[in-house]
Structures are given as C-alpha cells and as structure tokens.
Design a protein around this ligand. Structure first.
Ligand code: C2E
Ligand code: CA
Ligand code: CA
Length: 445
C-alpha cells in the first residue's frame, strides 16, 4: 500500500512540476524534457517552433492588477488552444510567453501564425473590462538546422525581429522566408501592421481642365513605405488587401484621410475643387459603405460634391444589382461617382448608361500609340462623345506628352491627368505645385 501510495505521489509531483499551475498547460520544464527526448530520438516529422509573446504585457498587468491579468492569461490560453490543430503542443513557458511545437509545413505555419494574430485581435473581457491585446511571433523551422535547442534559440531571435518590426506580426528565423515578400500571406501580415500603425499615406495627383487650365481636382492614391519591405506599390498591396478583406479598412481609411485633407484645403483657402478616392469592387458589395461615407462627410464637414469615388468595371461584373443600388445611394448623398479605367474591362457602354455615373476616366493604355493609329483615336473619340451624351465629365489618364494633350483637346476631352502635368505628390508638394502654377488655357504645343 505504502509503495503504491509513494509511487502515486511521485507521479503527481512529476506531473505538477511539468504543468503550468495557472493554465494547466505544459510548462518550461516540460519543454526542456521534451527537447532532450527529441535530441535522443529525433522524430520522423521534424518539429517547428513558434514563440508567441504579448506586446506591452507589463503595462497591461500594471493597469489590471495581477488577479485580472491572470484571468486574461487564462482566456488567452484558451484561445491559443483552439487555434492549434492535430498533434501541435501548446506550452506556457512563462508570464505571457507561449510556445507551440508543430509538425506543420512552412506554408501551414504561416496560416497558423496569421490565425493566432487574428484571434488575438478580438478584444478580451476581464470582469466586464474590455482589453485589447496584440502579440508577436517568432518562428523557426527544421530548415534552419537540426538541433532542437538551436531551433528554440532561433525562434527567440525571430521573435526579437518581429518585435522590432513594430509588433503585432510574425517573423521566420530563416531570412529567405522573410524575403519572400511576394508571398501574399507575409505581405498581408506586414500590411495589417502598416494599417494598424497608420503608416500608409496618401499622395495626390492633379487633374487639369483642358479648356481653362485650372485645377479640376486631385486623385488620392495610397502609398506604403514599409520599414522592412521598402516601398510596396499599390499594384501589389491592393490585390493582397482585397484577398484578405483588409481592403474595407484600407478603403475607409483612405476616404477618411482624403476628406480630412479636403477639409484642411477648404480651411486654408487652397483651391482644390474635388478629391477622388479609389474604392474596391468588394466595398461596393458592403452594405455599410453608404452609411460610412455619410458619417465621414458629416465628421469632416466636407460638402458631398467635393468628394468623388472611383469604381472599376469589375465591381459591376461581380454583382451588378448590388453595385447599382450602392452607386445610386452614393449619388443620392451628393457624392460624385467616377468610372475608372474605362475601356479595359469586359465592360460595355451599356454599363455606363445603367449606372448613375458622373465622370468617366479613359484608361491610360489608350494613350499608347494614341497619335499613331487612327483606331485608338476613333475609340477614344467615341467614348468622349457618349460620355458627353450621358452628361458626364470625361477624363483622360496617363497623359505624358504635349502631343497627347493636343489630340485630346481636339476631340473634346474635358480633363487630363498624367505625368505631363504632375505626378502623384504629398500635400506639401501639391501646395507648392498649386501656388507656383499660372492658370491659363493649356498651350497648344
Ligand atoms: P488608378 O486608379 O488607375 O491610378 C492611376 C495610376 O496611374 C497611379 O498608379 C498613378 O501613379 C499612375 N499614373 C498617373 N499618371 C501617369 C502617367 O502619366 N503615366 C503612367 N505610366 N502612370 C501614371 P499607382 O499610384 O501605382 O496606383 C495603381 C493603382 O492602384 C490605381 O490605379 C488604383 O487602381 C490602385 N489604388 C491606389 N490607391 C488605392 C486606394 O487607396 N484604394 C484602392 N482601392 N485602390 C488604389
Ligand atoms: Ca483611379
Ligand atoms: Ca485609372
């Protein structure tokens, strides 16, 4: 009896020493024992290591007190436990630090890291107090070396990089994996940080009235200069944002910033008649868009006719009825509606007539060989004529040369936008551009 009893207590002591008291998860001692086992008997499927660490946890403990912080950690452990799959093991090593050992492939680990970060974004509730958390993740995979202890150290190095990159993100130890910036998932993670940290900016490209030479308006274009990835073009990050759903947030952000900027121009008496903002087709399917637009105008005090939203033809292909409904509601608010990149899609002129469009933008691809072939010129002439018949303003995009200007004027185009007049620029440069410009009819070259 005594022997059995002693054996039981020994087992329960061992179990306790390998278990985290708060969460019931395996603890650091367990991790080290497991590492030793793995070193002695390498597993068939080598394991990867993820280290998850909360951002600014000490501040949270200070604010909540230890008791509530413990509750928070319990809830956190629960969420993390639900995020992992199959034979993955979740370990609480200390405080707000958790480790996952997983057999998943690198691609699936990326998804796992994405999922963890996403799960943390949902606010927690402790005693009815809402708490927002964010975490950083360092990852080391078997590609980075065979030794498990080494892999753990590398994951810590990657974690430090993730923290340095601005927190709320994950980093692989293997540098080439970080360099695969083309990888949508990595780009998506960096973009999420950029949006959250308000590191995207807008630049503005002038649009000039061909008859008077006056500034007709500006188009707002997003820019992302990432500390790690460098300058990422919208041609790359907009599709990623659309794929991950971040486009809603990005779209609302650009509407808000553009309207705030317009309010500033109005307040300073700077003559910028309109600002155009690009909206993704996805946003036109969003039932909240119209209300959000109304709220932004209300909050910034910008008159609706000073704002134009640009939509592309893909919006209509995806769901024509919904797009018509949204477009009509936008026009009813008094906001302008512009058909962007016209002539590139599968669009037809009938689409133009079916929507309450106030402006059409001829795609810049038409500017190539505009002078040399009669065909292009005829198509552009037809678009301008039809646009005018429908009561729309016609803008030509991508105008780079004086000769294109002349031709466009000859066939009755209203407005031009392109490097010929000005590149997209930040607000300071635009201020200078406006003040140094003499307004006169665009000269015939
Ligand atoms: P877009 O709406 O057709 O914008 C015009 C693009 O043409 C801009 O490229 C502009 O820099 C470029 N461009 C202007 N003039 C000239 C010219 O004379 N020659 C040439 N070669 N290019 C010219 P950017 O800024 O790289 O934007 C690319 C696209 O990304 C935009 O095309 C738009 O579809 C999208 N985009 C940019 N910002 C946003 C945004 O905030 N939201 C959404 N949904 N899309 C955006
Ligand atoms: Ca546009
Ligand atoms: Ca365009």
């Amino acid at each position: 009896m005594l022997a059995v009893e002693q054996q039981r207590s020994r087992e329960s002591i061992i179990r306790l020493s390998y278990t985290d008291r708060l969460t019931g998860l395996p603890n650091r001692a367990w991790l080290h024992r497991r590492m030793a086992e793995l070193a002695a008997r390498p597993p068939v499927v080598p394991l990867s290591v993820l280290i998850i660490d909360l951002d600014r946890f000490r501040k949270i403990v200070q604010a909540l007190g230890q008791g509530r912080a413990d509750q928070l950690l319990l809830e956190l452990a629960d969420r993390l436990r639900h995020g992992i799959v199959g034979r993955d093991v979740l370990i609480r090593t200390e405080g707000d630090e958790f480790v996952v050992l997983t057999e998943e492939s690198s691609a699936d680990i990326t998804l796992l890291a994405e999922r963890i970060i996403h799960n943390l974004e949902e606010p927690f509730s402790v005693d009815g107090i809402p708490v927002s958390l964010s975490g950083s993740i360092g990852i080391s995979t078997p590609d980075d070396g065979q030794d498990m202890e080494e892999r753990l150290r590398q994951a810590y190095t990657a974690l430090a990089q993730a923290k340095k990159a601005g927190r709320c993100c994950y980093r692989f130890f293997h540098p080439s994996m970080n360099r695969q910036a083309d990888d949508h998932v990595i780009l998506a993670s960096a973009l999420r940080e950029a949006i959250a940290d308000n590191r995207l900016t807008l630049v503005y490209q002038p649009q000039v009235d061909l008859r008077t030479g006056a500034l007709h308006g500006v188009e707002a274009l997003s820019r992302w200069n990432d500390p790690v990835l460098g300058m990422v073009s919208p041609g790359r990050f907009i599709p990623v944002a659309e794929e991950t759903g971040q486009i809603r947030e990005l779209g609302i952000w650009s509407l808000r910033v553009a309207c705030e900027q317009m309010a500033d121009w109005i307040a300073r008496g700077i003559q910028v008649p309109t600002v155009s903002v690009n909206l993704s087709a996805i946003q036109f399917q969003d039932p909240e868009l119209v209300a959000q637009l109304g709220a932004i105008l209300h909050q910034t005090g910008v008159p609706p006719e000073r704002l134009i939203v640009e939509l592309t033809e893909t919006a209509m292909i995806e769901n024509f009825d919904q797009t018509v409904a949204t477009a009509t509601a936008i026009r009813n608010l008094g906001i302008g509606l512009s058909m962007d990149d016209f002539g590139t899609g599968y669009s037809s002129l009938s689409n133009l007539a079916g929507l309450p469009i106030s402006e059409v933008k001829i795609d810049r691809s038409f500017m190539n060989g505009f002078g040399s072939t009669g065909n292009v010129r005829q198509v552009v002439t037809a678009i301008i004529r039809i646009g005018h018949t429908l009561g729309m303003t016609v803008i030509a995009e991508g105008v780079e040369e004086a000769e294109q200007c002349n031709q466009l004027r000859a066939i009755g185009c209203d407005v031009i936008q392109g490097y010929y007049f000005g590149r997209p620029m930040d607000t300071a440069a635009l201020d200078t551009w406006i003040s140094e410009r003499r307004v006169e009819p665009v000269p015939v070259a």
